[in-house]
Design a protein around this ligand. Structure first.
Ligand SMILES: [Zn+2]
Ligand SMILES: [Zn+2]
Length: 374
């Protein structure tokens, strides 16, 4: 029997997260109650918390895995005791947007189907969540050999797989992945597994090292190599110019240019740079430009005359959930290597802080409201 109250981290206004005691959600006959074991800290939640994009109070956290503790009388296919990964958005599959596979634009999809109380916002930063009927098709069982954390990471992996499906790539194509944070590294690995030649960029050497291990054919630090101590003490010796992408890419692609570039950092200047490095008919995919209102000067003839597509991808595609689960649970994409920090529920604010201001050795940050395993 679940208790009647639980601990939850409640968003009370911009940059304000408080550990509070709230009622354990009651479930309806078509719903599940899940005890949360792990919840990933995701940049989209961070933005909502920092900028106060949604009215408080809310309980955030949408990359959630845990154990079913109660299944409503009308639920088929799940029972108490099962370890599951949750999916908070599921499209209706019938509306105009869905018939065009624009699932993220479907009205039902935009409703959040998982809550720990207040206006539904994911609820993963709490001990228990209520899973509504319309998101049950996205719930996935976690195999015995896999961890809750692997389950929690299905959601970000799904978003990357969906984005890659928007690219018109052939095996052996050359793809730039700008930014090797957790999302960029997932891109690098999935593209490498699909037979692409990936050139990965990031400012942090530790991330480039991991990108290599995840299958990048080449890595590049836009800031260039750090100056050696000898050079610093002899200021007159000029620092050699760092090779830039404009000279590396022609070599990497035998003069053809990139087939595609994926931008996983919200930097506007990188978009124009990528657009110049992509071949005619190639694609630039934006994955991190979620803030509205920026006006980026872009030579639009590169789109019209050079036929370079500028495309975006947002959120997940639950029809790719089975394939996502295969990639993660088989460990072809070993997401455990992305998780550098785990915090108990009471330290969720610290977890968000670290994810907001990553250190050279931090990647994915996870909150573990339940015991990490078991
Ligand atoms: Zn997420
Ligand atoms: Zn729909």
């Amino acid at each position: 029997m679940p208790p009647s109250t639980m601990r939850a981290v409640v968003y009370r206004g911009p940059n304000t997260l408080r550990l509070e005691t709230v009622p354990v959600p009651r479930i309806g006959p078509g719903e599940l109650l899940v005890r949360v074991a792990a919840c990933g800290v995701c940049p989209t939640d961070i933005k909502k918390i920092q900028y106060g994009l949604l009215p408080p109070p809310r309980i955030f956290g949408h990359e959630t895995a845990g154990t079913v503790v109660r299944a409503g009388a009308r639920v088929r296919g799940f029972r108490a005791g099962e370890r599951v990964a949750l999916h908070h958005h599921v499209p209706c599959l019938q509306c105009h947007a869905c018939r065009h596979r624009a699932f993220a634009q479907c009205a039902q999809y935009q409703r959040t189907g998982i809550t720990a109380g207040f206006a539904p916002a994911g609820g993963g930063y709490a001990e228990y969540v209520r899973v509504m009927p319309f998101v049950l098709p996205g719930v996935v069982r976690i195999p015995a050999r896999n961890s809750f954390i692997e389950g929690a990471l299905l959601e970000p992996v799904n978003t990357v797989l969906k984005a890659i499906r928007r690219l018109a790539l052939l095996r052996g194509d050359s793809v730039l992945v700008a930014g090797q944070g957790p999302i960029g590294l997932i891109f690098t690995r999935l593209l490498a597994l699909a037979g692409m030649r990936v050139i990965a960029t990031d400012l942090l050497p530790a991330r480039l090292k991991l990108a290599r291990e995840f299958g990048a054919a080449a890595v590049h630090c836009p800031a260039g190599p750090a100056p050696s101590p000898a050079r610093r003490s002899a200021p007159r010796a000029p620092r050699p110019a760092a090779p830039n992408l404009a000279t590396l890419i022609p070599r990497f692609t035998r003069g053809r240019g990139l087939d595609a570039a994926v931008i996983t950092v919200p930097a506007d200047d990188v978009v124009g740079e990528a657009q110049a490095l992509v071949r005619g008919g190639g694609q630039v995919l934006l994955f991190a430009h979620t803030r509205r209102g920026t006006a980026t000067p872009l030579d639009l003839a590169t789109v019209c005359v050079d036929e370079k597509d500028l495309i975006g991808s947002y959120s997940a595609d639950f029809q790719l959930q089975a394939e996502t689960a295969r990639m993660v649970f088989s460990r072809q994409l070993d997401v455990r290597r992305l998780v550098t920090h785990q915090f108990p529920l009471a330290q969720t604010a610290r977890a968000v802080e670290l994810a907001t201001h990553p250190t050279p050795d931090s990647l994915k940050v996870v909150v573990t409201p339940g015991a990490p395993e078991g």
